[in-house]
Write a protein that binds this ligand. Structure first.
Ligand code: CAO
Length: 208
C-alpha cells in the first residue's frame, strides 16, 4: 500500500524545558529515571493528539474508513541490533513525564536485548522517531500505517532568535511531521505541529 505523504517542518524553542529537565535530572536519576528530552516530547505530543483528535486515528487498508481512537498510545522507534522496533507507550496522555521516561528506558533496554513481546508493540495510535541522540538537522519519517501521522525529532542546537529587537541564543528542537495526506491536509497538519511546538515551548500548557 502506498501512502501519499507530505512532511511539515518546524522548530520548538525548548530553552525553558531543557532548563527544567536539567534541574530535575539528578532527582530523577536518584529514582532510577534518565530524563531525556524524549519523555517531554511524548507528553507534549499526547496533549496535541487529545486537542487535534483526527490525527489520533487509523485508516483502513482500502482507504474507505477512518477510526478516531479514544485512547492515546504512542509508539517510539527504537534502534536495535535486529532492526527498528516500535514499542508502544499505552495511555501516554494519562502518564506523567517520569513514568513515560521509565517506559522508554524499559522498552529500549528490552528491545536491545530482544525481549519485547508482541503485546508491547501493539495498539499504537501515533509514532515518534527520535534521532536527536544521534544528531540530524532534519529528516522525513515514514508513516507507520494504519496510523496517519508520525513525528521525527532531530538534535536540538543553540540558535540566534530575534526577540524584542535583538538576537538571543535559544535552544531550538527541529521537528518534522509526516502525514497521510488522504486523512490530514496541510492546514490541519500545521495546526497539530504548532500545538506540539507550543506545548514544548511552554510546559505549563500540559497541565491545562
Ligand atoms: N537533542 C539533543 N540531545 C538529545 C535529543 C535531542 N533531540 N534527544 C536525546 N538527546 C540526548 C539525551 O539527553 C542523551 O544525553 P545525555 O546522555 O547527555 O543525557 C543522549 O542524547 C542520548 O539519548 P538516548 O538516545 O539514550 O535517549 P532518548 O530518550 O533520546 O532515546 C531511544 C531513546 C530508544 C528512542 C533512542 O536510543 C533510539 O533508539 N533512537 C533511534 C530511533 C531510530 O532509529 N529511528 C528511526 C529513524 S528512521 O529509520
Amino acid at each position: 500500500m502506498k501512502i501519499p505523504h507530505i512532511t511539515l517542518f518546524d522548530d520548538a524553542d525548548i530553552t525553558d524545558m531543557d532548563t527544567f529537565r536539567k534541574a530535575n535530572k539528578q532527582v530523577a536519576l536518584d529514582q532510577g529515571v534518565k530524563l531525556t528530552p524524549l519523555a517531554f516530547i511524548v507528553k507534549a505530543v499526547a496533549k496535541a493528539l487529545s486537542d487535534v483528535s483526527r490525527v489520533n486515528s487509523s485508516l483502513s487498508a482500502d482507504g474507505e474508513s477512518l477510526v478516531i481512537k479514544k485512547y492515546i498510545n504512542i509508539g517510539v522507534a527504537v534502534d536495535t541490533p535486529a532492526g527498528l522496533m516500535v514499542p508502544v507507550i499505552k495511555d501516554a496522555d494519562k502518564k506523567g513525564v517520569y513514568q513515560i521516561a521509565k517506559d522508554i528506558i524499559d522498552f529500549a533496554t528490552r528491545a536491545r536485548e530482544g525481549k519485547l513481546t508482541g503485546k508491547d508493540m501493539k495498539g499504537g495510535t501515533f509514532t515518534i522517531s527520535s534521532l536527536g541522540g544521534l544528531g540530524t538537522t532534519a529528516f522525513t519519517p515514514i508513516v507507520n500505517m494504519p496510523e496517519v501521522a508520525i513525528l521525527g525529532v532531530s538534535k536540538s542546537a543553540n540558535k540566534p532568535v530575534y526577540i524584542d529587537g535583538e538576537f538571543v541564543p535559544r535552544l531550538m528542537l527541529p521537528l518534522s511531521l509526516s502525514l497521510d495526506h488522504r486523512v490530514i491536509d496541510g492546514d490541519l497538519g500545521a495546526k497539530f505541529l504548532s500545538s506540539i511546538v507550543a506545548n514544548l515551548t511552554d510546559l505549563k500548557r500540559l497541565i491545562l
